[in-house]
Design a protein around this ligand. Structure first.
Ligand code: ZN
Ligand code: ZN
Length: 367
């Protein structure tokens, strides 16, 4: 049912964007519109048709998974099969009253070489036009089904945290902590991790994207743990920073500042708020503590079928939050060669505020 509704919504946008058809090649977008989870697929969406293309490896899977679309299994790559289908059906397409044969492509996702091959097959009777990110915009507001799946992914991620803490001790490699976490995630039913697990200890905690390494966890210092699982296609994303040994006064102050900033940003999340307002709330708090310059990334991002999706919660962005968006709030402070702290929750935007989905405590945990 949801696939029909999603396609219908997109169809309504074709005409106003002067597109006869939208050629969807970005796999998360294909999945969103028709349910296909494989690695080779393309979807043509016109005002009255939806045709899915894949290759021989996916005959059975496409039959099982693809909804509300005709399935065409070709001998070539899905994109090329889709182009050939357009050419073969040109006559019937031309008879339509739609504005020409402009085909929208996903410029953010199609390689230059794929575009050339496409143009060569389509010839001069079709015009390729970079479409605005219509599907990404639609995806940013989650439907009931998606919110249910995201809740389950968030819960699974959070449930892994207590066991993760048990593995953090001086002398153990960051890699080993990550490996145990990832093993536990698969055992719990995760399809995979949402992104390479970040276990960044000691001075490495000052690297905002300190992917787990062979470094050993030291006897005293922060450990930034940023991880997520994918369940039924949907990602979770959470960060907690814990401290091994007794934290210094400076470390404690920095931690509390990040926590206050995180909570201040959560506080302003509601439908109608601008993303820059949310980012500003976290930044203002850290500026107050003299740590603004150490907050070197944006406050958050949308999460769904992809780990980073619209909207970006950042200064200078003009997006307005809508009820049903699921975003992260994850300010951090990084003091080079010393330490870093980040706290990240996933939140669901509602009409009156938001619901924090991540249930894990934000009190400083010392080990
Ligand atoms: Zn994260
Ligand atoms: Zn994140």
């Amino acid at each position: 049912m949801e696939y029909r509704d999603r396609q219908k919504k997109l169809r309504g946008l074709l005409n106003e964007n002067r597109l006869y058809a939208l050629l969807v090649t970005h796999l998360p977008n294909v999945r969103y519109l028709c349910g296909f989870t494989g690695s080779s697929g393309a979807l043509i969406l016109t005002e009255d048709r939806s045709i899915f293309f894949s290759d021989g490896r996916y005959i059975a899977q496409a039959k099982e998974e693809v909804h509300n679309s005709r399935v065409v299994i070709g001998r070539k790559a899905a994109l090329l099969s889709a182009a050939e289908w357009l050419v073969a059906h040109r006559a019937s397409l031309r008879s339509s009253r739609k504005p020409g044969l402009t085909v929208g492509i996903e410029g953010e996702h199609l390689t230059v070489s794929a575009r050339s091959k496409l143009a060569k097959i389509l010839g001069s009777r079709f015009r390729l036009k970079e479409a605005p990110p219509l599907i990404e915009q639609a995806r940013s507001v989650k439907d009931t089904q998606e919110i249910r799946l995201i809740r389950a992914a968030v819960r699974m991620g959070a449930d892994l945290f207590p066991a993760l803490l048990k593995n953090i001790r001086p002398g153990i490699e960051e890699n080993e902590v990550a490996a145990e976490l990832e093993y536990a995630a698969r055992r719990a039913g995760a399809e995979q991790m949402s992104f390479p697990t970040i276990i960044a200890s000691g001075k490495r905690s000052a690297l905002p994207h300190g992917v787990a390494s062979q470094a050993k966890i030291s006897a005293n210092g922060f450990v930034v743990c940023d991880f997520g699982v994918i369940l039924a296609g949907y990602c979770s994303d959470m960060t907690r920073t814990v401290h091994v040994g007794k934290p210094s006064r400076e470390a404690r102050i920095a931690y509390e500042a990040v926590r206050e900033a995180q909570e201040a940003a959560v506080e302003v999340v509601r439908a109608g708020a601008s993303v820059s307002e949310v980012d500003g709330a976290a930044r203002k708090l850290l500026n107050k503590h003299g740590l603004g310059k150490n907050f070197t990334h944006s406050t958050g991002h949308g999460v769904g079928l992809e780990i980073h999706e619209a909207p970006r919660i950042a200064a200078g962005q003009t997006d307005i939050l809508q009820a049903g968006m699921v975003i992260t709030i994850e300010p951090g402070v990084y003091i080079p060669q010393k330490f870093g702290v980040r706290i990240e929750d996933m939140v669901l935007v509602t009409e009156t505020g938001c619901e924090v989905l991540t249930p894990t405590t934000k009190e400083l945990v010392t080990l």
